[in-house]
Design a protein around this ligand. Structure first.
Ligand SMILES: NC(=O)c1ccc[n+]([C@@H]2O[C@H](COP(=O)([O-])OP(=O)(O)OC[C@H]3O[C@@H](n4cnc5c(N)ncnc54)[C@H](O)[C@@H]3O)[C@@H](O)[C@H]2O)c1
Length: 329
């Protein structure tokens, strides 16, 4: 069984990926310092797979601690590197924190890989690397625009770090992950107040917030609100397994968009949540939020051709699972 080290594996996307790796026959080992999650996801993973999962409470920027993890585990087939901070607004307030953790953790991981002869890494990138693309749907050849935030900048720089390294890599450029595992046993355990649309909607639905503000309805989109490409986190998790299979048989440096290719406006997303869960969400229209791009959705041809990955879950399934997670978390 091939061993995969998964940094940030107790987080939102990481925990879903652990479940899919195990289902595919890999043996994952989690490294997570719980700075933005809790052991709730580890417990949840263990309930879903009905077995214990190996994990280390280690900070990936701590080279000595990471050395010990690599030594303990012997042959590691590949790394999936999720560990990073992800709050865009906080990155504007405190860029250094983001540079230190997001680039610092990748730097340590790459050093450990070299020293331990581990060749393969999947990296969590983001569609933020494209900024507001000139052509939609955006494909992988689109140029990186000036980043809208230090967070976006860290993703661009990390992709450059991978290109400058000798390892084999896949950068997966996620669009907008939403939803949770259908068991509602794992999900986003972040302690921060969410700034993404769907977690805010679920907080309104449960009564943690009074209403949601839609930032701008005067964009050049069908209903005037921003358009995004929402991808179910379970589909996204599966793309990591296919990416690892691909990288093992296809050494080199690769980047793939992981999105549905479907642009959904903020108002469409609200409506989908309301209709799926038979709930009314209190919202109002506010001014545009600085840093928001007008619209983005993926051209998914490359990931389909090379990895054989396609989204399966619907927007409605994602909205139902997001609500199920909020109700029990
Ligand atoms: N969720 C999104 O909308 C989104 C979109 C695009 C890209 N991404 C990227 O995907 C990755 C995972 O995102 P997520 O939504 O699952 O976030 P998350 O915060 O739930 O998961 C990240 C995990 O990494 C851990 N971590 C952070 N720094 C660490 C360190 N130095 N050492 C050890 N563990 C550390 C955190 O405790 C957390 O469990 C991140 O790199 C994020 O930037 C997320």
């Amino acid at each position: 069984m091939k061993k995969i080290l998964v940094t940030g594996g107790a987080g939102y996307i990481g925990s879903h990926t652990i479940v899919e790796l195990i289902a595919a026959g890999y043996t994952p080992v989690i490294v997570d310092n719980l700075c933005n999650t809790s052991t709730q996801n580890i417990d949840g993973i263990e309930k879903i797979i009905d077995t214990k999962v190996k994990w280390h409470n280690v900070d990936c920027t701590d080279k000595d601690a990471m050395d010990k993890v690599f030594t303990e585990h012997g042959k590691i087939e590949g790394i999936i590197h999720f560990a990073a901070y992800k709050a865009v607004e906080e990155s504007v307030q405190n860029p250094q924190k983001y540079y230190d953790n997001n680039m610092g953790s990748l730097e340590v991981v790459l050093k450990c890989m070299q020293e331990n002869d581990v060749k393969n890494i999947i990296f969590s990138s983001s569609c933020t690397v494209y900024g507001m693309p000139d052509v939609l749907p955006v494909d992988e050849n689109a140029p990186f625009k000036k980043a809208e935030s230090p967070y976006g900048e860290t993703k661009q720089i990390c992709e450059e770090m991978l290109k400058a390294d000798t390892c084999n890599s896949v950068a997966l450029r996620y669009f907008n992950p939403i939803g949770s595992h259908p068991s509602a046993l794992i999900g986003d355990c972040s302690a921060d107040r969410p700034s993404n649309l769907v977690p805010i909607i679920t907080e309104v639905a449960i009564g943690k917030r009074k209403k949601i503000t839609v930032f701008g309805d005067d964009y050049n989109t069908p209903d005037g609100t921003c358009v995004r490409d929402y991808i179910h986190v379970v589909d996204l998790a599966k793309s990591h397994v296919l990416a690892m299979d691909f990288l093992i048989r296809t050494p080199g440096q690769h980047a793939f968009n992981v999105g549905t290719g479907i642009g959904v406006s903020v108002l469409d997303a609200l409506k989908a949540f309301e209709e799926t869960n038979n709930l009314k969400i209190n919202y109002s229209i506010g001014p545009r939020r600085s840093g928001d791009i007008e619209q983005i959705y993926a051209n998914g041809n490359l990931v389909k051709t090379k990895l054989g990955w396609e989204p399966i879950e619907s927007l409605e399934q994602a909205m139902k699972s997001a609500w199920d997670w909020e109700k029990q978390k």
